[in-house]
Write a protein that binds this ligand. Structure first.
Ligand SMILES: *Cc1c(COP(=O)(O)O)cnc(C)c1O
Length: 392
């Protein structure tokens, strides 16, 4: 059984390993999040916004030419059609309603590539909330269009100038700010990472993905369960959402796809389950890439969303128990898969999502199998990377 215990552990992974100064914030959230999100009032507002603002349910599309090529029945869950172009908004919509119910006035968030920052700035504009996004100074330079998107939406984007000036430094800065403004501020974390209750809370908001897959497959195939669900894993929120209602359905294979960068053992990769060891990252005990003396190793992936040195605790547990199957896909193979999907189905995927498609080459299955691939986002944000790669 895949389930979380009352202290926020999935097996030996998870928990809340945080500085004492952060206790009151985390405790407030831990005590209140379930009663609030299970309330009728919350659910009515959440469902309304998912439907009329995000554009849910997203289609489950039978990809016929892709199916023919890979000799299985392949469905695409079209999270790329969500408002803002990816699944991340499912979570930010949930958290902004929660923040409002907690009486918060200000939102802070961290972002690496800027996708979560944009999804956060979007819902803050929608709700008229003050929004500050922390972003590594190096990332701000690399992801200029998303910085400007956030600013257009009315958010303040603050550069984190410590360390490598990337995602983990932005996260440290956001945590510091949260400690200093506990009463009026909510911190929106963007994946199934961080201290309990974030991983489970984010997974619950994203679980709408597998809830819909079940209903849609029942209608199209007469059964709720596919044989396999495939999703890419950065921190793991789109995968957790696509797996959630299948965790305890053993006939459904759960395939998690990590970024192997230039090669798993090249020193430039983000293949956490191949390379990672037990440690604590951003308040959670999980698998992470670290040196012998426990320094976090800089990850690499061509896709900014998979460029993370750890995975959420639920995925560490899926790996540890063997419930999940983990595959690693290199930059080059992901790019090829992205072009292939563009040519076969007329859909240019986010490069993160392209990793999930490339995994088809590494898996074995039967021609009668039904496979659902979670298409986590659209490729517009990656156009420059596609162009630079150039091989199409
Ligand atoms: C951010 C992002 C991811 C990775 O994040 P998860 O939390 O692992 O889902 C994957 N795909 C897209 C399109 C993203 O924007």
């Amino acid at each position: 059984m895949i389930r979380i215990d009352e202290n926020g552990f999935y097996g030996k992974f998870g928990g809340a390993f945080i500085p004492e100064m952060l206790y009151p914030n985390i405790e407030e959230l831990r005590e209140n999040y379930l009663p609030i999100i299970n309330s009728e009032e919350f659910q009515v507002e959440f469902r309304h916004l998912l439907k009329d603002y995000v554009g849910r349910p997203t289609p489950l599309f039978l990809a016929e030419r892709l199916s023919e090529k890979y000799k299985a029945k392949i469905y695409l869950k079209r999270e790329d059609l969500c408002h803002t172009g990816a699944h991340k908004v499912n979570n930010t919509v949930g958290q902004i309603i929660l923040a409002k119910k907690l009486g918060k006035k200000r939102i802070i968030a961290e972002t690496g590539a800027g996708q979560h920052g944009v999804a956060t700035a979007t819902v803050c504009a929608l709700m008229g909330m003050d929004c500050t996004v922390y972003m590594g100074a190096v990332d701000m330079e690399r992801q200029k269009p998303n910085v400007e998107r956030m600013r257009i939406l009315g958010a303040k984007v603050v550069p984190a100038t410590s360390g490598s000036q990337t995602l983990k430094d932005a996260t440290n800065e956001a945590m510091r700010q949260w400690i200093n403004n506990p009463v009026d501020t909510h911190y929106i974390i963007g994946s199934v990472v961080g201290p309990h209750p974030y991983p489970e809370m984010v997974a619950k908001f994203q679980s709408v993905i597998s809830e819909e897959i079940k209903a849609q497959l029942l209608e199209k195939e007469g059964r709720e369960n596919p044989d396999m669900v495939i999703a890419c894993v950065g921190g793991g929120s789109n995968a957790a959402g696509a797996f959630y209602h299948y965790y305890n359905e053993p006939s459904v294979r759960l395939i998690a796809v990590e970024a192997a960068g230039l090669g798993i053992f090249s020193g430039k990769s983000a293949a956490t389950t191949s390379l990672g060891k037990l440690g604590i990252l951003h308040g959670s005990r999980t698998l992470l890439m670290q040196t012998e003396d426990g320094q976090v190793v800089e990850p690499h992936s061509i896709s900014a969303g998979l460029d993370y040195p750890g995975i959420g605790p639920v995925h560490a547990h899926l790996f540890d128990t063997g419930r999940g199957e983990f595959v690693a896909v290199e930059d080059e193979d992901a790019m090829v898969a992205g072009i292939e999907l563009s040519r076969l189905e007329g859909i240019i995927p986010a490069i993160e999502s392209a990793h999930a498609f490339s995994a088809l080459n590494q898996l074995s299955y039967n021609p009668s199998d039904i496979i659902v691939i979670n298409l986590s986002g659209r490729g517009d944000k990656d156009l420059e990377t596609y162009i630079k790669w150039g091989n199409y």
